[in-house]
Design a protein around this ligand. Structure first.
Ligand SMILES: Cc1cc2nc3c(=O)[nH]c(=O)nc-3n(C[C@H](O)[C@H](O)[C@H](O)COP(=O)(O)OP(=O)(O)OC[C@H]3O[C@@H](n4cnc5c(N)ncnc54)[C@H](O)[C@@H]3O)c2cc1C
Length: 402
């Protein structure tokens, strides 16, 4: 049986390793952290959201983005300092505008497939990850916003998604804890939420149970490849090692670009920074005042997910600022204020802030492909939807391996 190295122990790497192990491959996974899912797959928005499948390459989104650049506390922030990486990514983003509809429909199809795989794996491997199958409610403040969304609604439903229009009254009936005025919304009953970190750690343990090797605290420094095999040089507390494999699969999130360059592949992946807060719902009043249905607030581009009885996660914002991972107070405050405005009964006394870098391709589509050398493969670039899509792309990758 072929030997495969998987680089990266986030959601994409661990699902890839798992899909390969199920097919009988001999798999070794390299992860530079001490545990799985410590980078972007740590504290994301939690949404398994086919309903958020619209790719961002559209004229209305582009115009809104340009307006936001000049608005304080807007969900988008762009560091004006130019870099070739950022500019070439943005040029490719604009070039992908004509692919908006096709890519949106393809994302819906992937998300629907991913749901099934993920739920099955979690059940079979007995992974508790605070899964909540209560749907996702997308809310709009103004008639204008809602009318713009009608075209996307047609696209999503054509692609096979069950998503219903709801009135302002329906919104408050579906989520009675939500305060504020909304024009209308859409509800997707099949969408779900869960803790990506817990799931990925649980699936990594399942990989080990199935005979996969995981080298934690092991950073891959160098990759070499030819027509027949690939060589992985890594360092860990026990020293530096080089090992050859029949195939290597790069699933290293925002580091995939740099690893790909070592084996002559150009990957256009930009780190788009986002933030989340996790509220500890310590008291009964907070638990009762917090939402159960997951929300997507279009005006603020924020999502919320209830994780178990005692945690509420709120996430959002997109920042183009290179590989900077600082947690900025001025980006966290709007998330806290959103909770205070829309869920005033929830205590914001205990809030854990977090930031992560979305590995984003310019057309928002994950890269599931072979590299220049037949021994190198990629399953990466899942951007803002890695939790939603990873189980499907892992299956695609595992099926495509020869
Ligand atoms: C604020 C925010 C909210 C989000 N909300 C959602 C959501 O609600 N729903 C959704 O579907 N998606 C969401 N996402 C996106 C999702 O979290 C990401 O797409 C996903 O986590 C990316 O997973 P990954 O495996 O590609 O990358 P990562 O999780 O970053 O994993 C890559 C791993 O590779 C390892 N690595 C890198 N280089 C090396 C090396 N040289 N050697 C060894 N190991 C290496 C890293 O340590 C890391 O663990 C959100 C993202 C953010 C930032």
């Amino acid at each position: 049986m072929q030997t495969i190295a998987v680089i990266g122990g986030g959601i994409t790497g661990v699902t890839t390793a798992y899909a390969l192990l199920r097919r009988g491959y001999e798999v070794t996974l390299y992860e530079s952290h001490r545990y799985a899912a410590m980078e972007t797959s740590y504290a994301n928005g939690g949404q398994l959201s086919a309903s958020n499948a619209e790719v961002w390459n559209s004229l209305p989104t582009l115009l809104k983005g340009l307006r936001w650049i000049f608005t304080q506390e807007a969900p988008l922030l762009v560091n004006p300092k130019p870099s070739w990486h950022k500019l070439s990514w943005m040029a490719a983003f604009v070039a992908a505008l004509p692919k908006h509809d096709d890519n949106t429909c393809e994302t819906v199809r992937l998300a629907l497939q991913a749901r099934e795989h993920l739920f099955t794996w979690a059940r079979e491997e007995k992974i508790n990850f605070d899964l909540k199958k209560e749907g996702i409610l997308h809310v709009y403040r103004s008639r204008e916003e809602y009318q713009q969304a009608a075209r996307i609604q047609r696209l999503l439903t054509e692609a096979g998604l069950e998503r219903h229009p709801v009135t302002a009254e329906d919104i408050h009936r579906l989520e009675p804890t939500l305060h504020g005025h909304f024009h209308a919304g859409y509800y997707t009953p099949g969408d779900a939420t869960g803790d990506i970190h817990k799931f990925t750690k649980g699936l990594a343990t399942a990989c080990e149970r199935r005979g996969g090797k995981i080298h934690y605290q092991t950073r891959v420094d160098q990759l070499l490849a030819d027509e027949k095999q690939a060589w992985v040089t890594s360092h860990s507390p026990s020293g530096t090692h080089t090992q050859s494999y029949d195939r290597v699969v790069i699933c290293a999130g925002t580091a995939s670009r740099e690893l790909g360059a070592q084996v002559d592949d150009k990957l256009n992946i930009y780190p788009v920074k986002g933030y989340s807060i996790t509220l500890d719902l310590k008291d009964k009043a907070s638990r009762e005042a917090a939402p159960n249905v997951s929300l997507l607030d279009e005006a603020h581009k924020l999502v919320s997910s209830r994780l178990g009885a005692s945690r509420l996660r709120v996430a959002g914002t997109a920042e183009f600022n290179g590989y900077n991972r600082d947690i900025r107070d001025d980006r966290i405050r709007p998330l806290i204020r959103w909770v205070e405005d829309f869920f005033p009964g929830v205590s914001t006394e205990s809030v854990v802030p977090w930031t992560g870098l979305r590995p984003m391709t310019p057309d928002m589509m994950p890269l599931v492909k072979r590299g220049k050398y037949p021994s190198v493969y990629y399953n990466t670039g899942h951007g803002h939807l890695g939790w939603t899509l990873a189980a499907a792309t892992a299956e695609m990758l595992a099926d495509s391996l020869r």
